[in-house]
Design a protein around this ligand. Structure first.
Ligand code: SF4
Length: 283
C-alpha cells in the first residue's frame, strides 16, 4: 500500500502565527491568558496549551482582568470595546487575511452594497464579520438559500476565508442575474485554496483518503468533503487510534492530508500507524 502525503498538509500561516504569539506570551509572563473559544480547532493542541496556562472561555464577560487572546478567526468590535473598557491586555492573533475580510465588508457597506457573506453563520469568523456590519449582511453557505432571499440592486459578495471555491462560485452565479451591480471579492485565503486544490487532485489518484484534524475544524471538514465529493472513500481522524485496519483492506494507494490547524506530529503519528498497517513510502 503506497502512501502519498499532501505537501500542503498541516498548519497554515495564520494558525502558526497565533500559536507562536500565545506560546511566547505564556513563556514571557506566568500569568494566565484567556482565549475566547479554543485557540485552534485541535483539542490536543489546546489541551497542551491549557497545561501551560491558557484558559479557554466562551464569553469575554467572564474575563475581568489580565490577558486575553483574539484567535486567528478574529472578533467583532464588542470584544475590542470590552477589552479596552476593562483594561485587559489584548493579544491580537487575528489572521491578516481575516482582517482583510472585515475591511472589505465595512467598505462595501459604507458604499451602499448589500453584503453577502459566503460562509457558515455559526462560525467565529463569520460571527465577527457580521458584528462589524452590525448584523446587516446575508450569510449563505448553500446557493439554494438565495431562492427566497431579497437581493438588492447593488450587491457585494465576500467569503469566509476557509470556504470552498465551488460554493463561492455557485453563489456568485445565483446572485448575478438577480442584481444590477455586483462587486465580488474572493476572500478565500491562499492557504485554504492550495489545501483544497491539492486534496481534490490527490483524492483522484488514490483509493482511500485519510484527513487528519480536529472534528471541530471547519477547514479540515471541508477537505474531507472535497475528497468525498470526488468519489473517494474518505475518513477524518484526529489521532492514529481512530484508524481501523478494515478501512485499508484491498487498498493499493492511500492519500493523507490535514487541516490548517493540525500539527506536524499528529500527521506523522497517523502516517506511522498507516505504515504499521501495511503502508509503504511516504511521498
Ligand atoms: S486558514 Fe487562511 S485565513 Fe485562516 S488562519 Fe489560516 S491563513 Fe489565516
Amino acid at each position: 500500500m503506497e502512501i502519498t502525503v499532501a505537501k500542503t498538509a498541516g498548519f497554515c500561516f495564520g494558525v502558526k502565527r497565533a500559536l507562536e504569539l500565545v506560546q511566547s506570551s505564556l513563556e514571557s509572563d506566568a500569568s494566565p491568558i484567556c482565549s475566547l473559544g479554543p485557540l485552534i480547532h485541535n483539542p490536543a493542541v489546546v489541551a497542551e496549551l491549557e497545561s501551560k496556562g491558557l484558559k479557554v472561555v466562551s464569553d469575554i464577560k467572564d474575563v475581568k482582568e489580565g490577558r486575553v487572546v483574539i484567535r486567528s478567526h478574529g472578533a467583532g468590535p464588542s470584544i475590542y470595546d470590552y477589552a479596552s473598557e476593562q483594561g485587559l491586555e489584548l493579544i491580537d492573533a487575528t489572521c491578516p487575511f481575516v482582517k482583510n475580510v472585515h475591511e472589505l465588508a465595512l467598505m462595501l457597506k459604507k458604499e451602499g452594497y448589500q453584503v453577502i457573506i459566503v460562509g457558515e453563520n455559526d462560525h467565529a469568523e463569520v460571527i465577527g464579520v457580521l458584528e462589524t456590519l452590525s448584523g446587516e449582511a446575508l450569510v449563505v453557505n448553500d446557493p439554494r438559500q438565495l431562492d427566497s432571499a431579497y437581493i438588492e440592486y447593488k450587491v457585494g459578495i465576500i467569503s469566509q476565508t476557509t470556504q470552498d471555491i465551488a460554493t463561492f462560485q455557485q453563489v456568485v452565479s445565483e446572485v448575478l442575474p438577480k442584481t444590477k451591480e455586483c462587486r465580488i471579492f474572493n476572500t478565500i485565503c491562499l492557504a485554504t485554496t492550495q489545501r483544497q486544490q491539492e486534496t481534490a487532485r490527490l483524492s483522484q489518484e488514490v483509493d482511500l483518503m485519510i484527513v487528519v484534524g480536529g472534528k471541530n475544524s471547519a477547514n479540515t471538514k471541508r477537505l474531507a468533503e472535497i475528497s468525498a465529493q470526488h468519489g473517494t472513500r474518505t475518513y477524518q481522524v484526529e489521532s492514529p487510534d481512530e484508524l481501523s485496519p478494515e478501512w485499508f483492506k484491498g487498498v493499493r494507494k492511500v492519500g493523507v492530508t490535514a487541516g490548517a490547524s493540525t500539527p506536524d506530529q499528529h500527521i506523522t503519528a497517523v502516517i506511522q500507524q498507516i505504515q504499521a498497517l501495511g503502508g509503504t513510502g511516504c511521498g
